[in-house]
Design a protein around this ligand. Structure first.
Ligand SMILES: NC(=O)c1ccc[n+]([C@@H]2O[C@H](COP(=O)([O-])OP(=O)(O)OC[C@H]3O[C@@H](n4cnc5c(N)ncnc54)[C@H](O)[C@@H]3O)[C@@H](O)[C@H]2O)c1
Length: 313
């Protein structure tokens, strides 16, 4: 029997993509997700599933006692940046208290290592230089970003005090099949859904803001490598080191879906950075990882997936 990984947020986008790869590689997977944003249909058939909330410490302990996982991967989070500014308490309840519950369970049930999702887009703030290395100052523009930094710091203290190895993954903007267009983070899935519904997508600000877009399959591979290598306590940027603008994505998908109208333009959003891309040389060197999927190839795969799902292609 393979080692067992407990995956929080495994009914969501990155968690389910990663769980699928873990299972393919012969690991056992059990998933904890309260289906706040995730969907039961995303849970791989071979994974066991608990509809549970990471804020419920007792409930989480029961899952750990029953499953006795060797590793934990933590993707469950409240990730709506705008809502986190309006209601930082709810965000902290899930992202800080929920994460602390998980760290406690890892300690109590002697988990070997925890990998968790941090954020390259939200932790650094407006970059002083591009591409941004892990050593860049942490200046979050939103409570969401602050909650991810708090998780990194708590993980460090658990490593120091209890020897719980950890790896924090500061993802760039992840995109790919299964990304929930109802979440505010996935501009590619949001645009694809709008085009399929023959609606004009909304572009906030000039549209010239750039992001570092990384395909979900590449992220899952980085996660697997980071879990399997002996890393002690480590933080990695996971992205591509390149920038693409929102206007560029709009044009590509507009063309792909043969849409004739222009976008609806609205003012920019507080808490969002203007430009970013991540320096990934540390992950390349220490994990032997490199993204394999080109930007247009990834967008085409994603657009086709949404089109097939909606039955329009
Ligand atoms: N998608 C990105 O571009 C991106 C970028 C940087 C960081 N991240 C981080 O990666 C992780 C996964 O993101 P995603 O894009 O897959 O989002 P997602 O919303 O698809 O997945 C998050 C999952 O967590 C679950 N969840 C939320 N609150 C929960 C709770 N209280 N208890 C149990 N489960 C709960 C949701 O139901 C969902 O299935 C998050 O931690 C996010 O902050 C994502």
């Amino acid at each position: 029997m393979g080692k067992k990984v407990l995956v929080t947020g495994g009914a969501g986008f990155i968690g389910s993509t990663t769980s699928g790869l873990l299972i393919e590689k012969g690991l056992d997977v059990c998933i904890v997700d309260n289906l706040f944003m995730g969907k039961k249909e995303n849970v791989p058939k071979k994974a066991s599933f608990y509809n549970a909330d990471i804020r419920n410490k007792k409930g989480l302990e029961k899952v750990f006692a029953r499953e006795k996982p060797d590793f934990a991967m933590h993707f469950a989070a409240h990730m709506n940046l705008r809502q986190s500014i309006e209601d930082p308490f709810f965000n902290a309840d899930v992202n800080v208290i929920g994460s602390l519950n998980l760290l406690e369970c890892c300690r109590k049930f002697s988990v070997e290592k925890i990998l968790f999702a941090s954020s390259g887009g939200a932790c650094y703030g407006e970059p002083l230089h591009i591409p941004v290395p892990e050593t860049h100052p942490l200046q979050p523009l939103s409570p969401y970003g602050a909650s991810k930094i708090a998780l990194e710091e708590y993980a460090y203290s658990y490593w120091k005090n209890f020897g719980l190895d950890f790896v924090g993954m500061r993802y760039a903007n992840v995109f790919g099949p299964r990304q929930n267009p109802e979440s505010e983070a996935g501009v590619i899935s949001i645009f694809a859904k709008a085009f399929l519904e023959k609606k004009r997508p909304v572009i906030f600000g000039s549209g010239e803001q750039t992001r570092d877009f990384i395909f979900s399959g590449d992220v899952a591979e980085a996660n697997l490598l980071a879990l399997s290598k002996k890393t002690g306590s480590k933080i990695f940027n996971i992205g591509t080191g390149t920038e693409h603008s929102v206007n560029e994505i709009f044009s590509y998908l507009k063309n792909f879906f043969a849409f004739n109208e222009e976008a609806v333009r609205k003012p920019g959003i507080a808490g969002e950075v203007r430009r970013i891309s991540l320096d990934i040389s540390l992950a390349e060197k220490e994990l032997g990882w490199k993204p394999k999927t080109g930007f247009e190839e990834g967008m085409e795969t994603t657009a086709k997936w949404f089109a097939e799902k909606s039955g329009k292609r």
